[in-house]
Design a protein around this ligand. Sequence first.
Ligand SMILES: *Cc1c(COP(=O)(O)O)cnc(C)c1O
Length: 229
Amino acid sequence: MKQLPDLSISERRAQILLSIEKAAISNGVDPESICLTGVSKVQPDNRIEAMLATGQRVYGENRVQEAQKRWKDRIEKHPDIQLRLIGPLQTNKSEDAVALFDVIETLDRPKLARSLAKAAEKSGSCPELFIQVNIGQETQKSGVLPSETDAFIKSVRNEYELPLSGLMCIPPNGQPAAPYFTLLKEIANRNGLTQLSMGMSSDFELAIAHGATHVRVGSALFGERVSSH
Ligand SMILES: *Cc1c(COP(=O)(O)O)cnc(C)c1O
């Protein structure tokens, strides 16, 4: 049997945007209020260039150095690119991360809050911040435990005086994600946070149905990653 050709990047993106629009409308929210983050980690240059040509401007990366390599020159060419860090951040990379990223979604411990506050003070500006919540309480995942999130939010706001925008989570693999999305929204609501980064290639529509404002889509948008991390 002959294999069907890959969908082109722009067709993939158009399909995802249509799915986002449908999910938003059936959830009673403005499709324009949902941000599609194109997760570009590991993707080859030809796909990045094809994605830029579609007008996609919001990208997610999970490693600081890889992101610097992929985006430094491209940001000069396209100053309207928005970069979001969606992977764990070591404190010794705080300054680099503050310099490169518009949004850091993975604030997950007091030591990192302190380090980001210092880096922001030094640079005179601070990225928008999301707290990553370890919503399934998995030992191998980073993030603040759900039971400790209220207290951490308070200390980020009051002790470190950092600009907090929302919460991010990655639900456990192979389990229904809906209860985890619901829990993240509850934590956000009771803390006055309006932005929720949740949902990936396999479940972004479900995440939108549960209140996601930012979805992080990699393989469904760019095609499968050649090596995964
Ligand atoms: C890789 C990654 C994604 C994208 O995953 P896909 O399943 O390819 O859409 C989303 N969020 C985070 C935190 C990731 O590391």
